[in-house]
Write a protein that binds this ligand. Structure first.
Ligand code: ADP
Ligand code: MG
Length: 291
């Protein structure tokens, strides 16, 4: 049976908004040597906004992009759908929409000429055999330099638009990371599917010296197996569920998707990563008392 000291530590953590699903999770957190963080929705708020739209026909491009993204759960999709709504633009209906993890989304416009439309990152663009025109490449370069994520929209092998989306950091996230470092966690690392420039900008702002960018969901899984010591993974999204399950300790932010919360061993009820350092201390104290 679970020692009383563990139960009371779990109760204390729960009062602080850190929900442990088992006493084994508390025991693991006490010994964690690496914490890996997802970027979008975990370090950031995932309240993205469309900040840039480069297209010959902006209304047409946004209508198509919103039609595609209406079928995606990614935070980027929300930004594009919202931008269209705010401008009074009706999304173009699409069929057979397919989300491609780590890439974006593809579908066929209803009443179109049978060519596939797509919205996503450069990796997705390359999959379509498409390439950027010089003006589009320049826009992309500019967005990267600002640390904004770029979304490329196309039909078949033609690129129709380059869009920029920006995300805000979660309030207090830099202090949360500093708190975990002060608690003596040896490795704090960000894992992201986003590109290098965005990853670098976010890592610098939150005070993480270690990060890996351009990762596919399967890369995240592999890396979790390779990181040193007992590994905790903090995430929020549908894409994060396998990584949360693979890690020695899965930590979900409550604002995330149900599947992430279900896959996790620990849930941050107030979405506050700042509470994690306190939970580490509680877990270690309980552990010391038991042993
Ligand atoms: P992360 O949470 O670290 O951004 P994801 O695996 O969720 O990782 O996404 C990786 C990348 O794939 C995103 O940064 C984005 O470039 C692209 N992407 C995924 N889904 C979409 C989408 N619906 N629309 C546009 N881009 C997308
Ligand atoms: Mg995420």
């Amino acid at each position: 049976s679970t020692p009383a000291v563990m139960l009371s530590a779990m109760a204390a953590a729960a009062r602080a908004g850190v929900l442990f699903k088992s006493s084994a999770a508390l025991d693991t957190l006490a010994q964690v040597g690496t914490i890996a963080f997802d970027k979008t929705g975990t370090l950031t708020q995932a309240k993205m906004t469309l900040t840039r739209l480069v297209a010959d026909d902006e209304a047409q491009a946004l209508a198509l992009a919103a039609g595609l993204e209406a079928h995606s759960e990614h935070p980027i999709a929300q930004a594009i759908v919202t931008a269209a709504r705010e401008r009074g633009i009706t999304p173009i209906a699409v069929r057979d929409a397919q989300a491609i993890p780590g890439h974006g989304i593809e579908a066929f416009p209803v009443g179109g000429e049978g060519e596939r439309a797509w919205a996503g990152n450069l990796r997705l663009m390359e999959r379509q055999g498409a390439s950027l025109l010089p003006a589009q490449a320049a826009a992309l370069q500019e967005l990267s330099a600002q640390g904004s994520s770029a979304v490329v929209l196309g039909v078949g092998s033609r690129v129709l638009a380059v869009m920029g989306v920006a995300d805000a950091l979660r309030p207090g996230i830099a202090q949360a990371v500093a708190g975990l470092r002060a608690a003596g966690i040896a490795h704090l690392v960000m894992l992201t599917g986003d590109h290098e420039a965005v990853a670098q900008a976010v890592a610098r702002e939150v005070g993480l010296t270690e990060y890996r960018a351009g990762l596919l969901p399967e890369d995240k899984l592999r890396l979790i197996g390779e990181l040193p010591g007992l590994v905790a993974m903090v995430g929020d999204g549908v894409n994060d569920a396998p990584a949360l399950a693979r890690a020695d300790l899965g930590v979900a932010v409550a604002s995330g998707t149900d599947v992430a919360i279900e896959s996790a061993d620990v849930v941050l009820m107030q979405n506050d990563l700042g509470k994690l350092a306190g939970a580490v201390r509680l877990a270690r104290d309980a552990n010391r008392t038991v042993r």
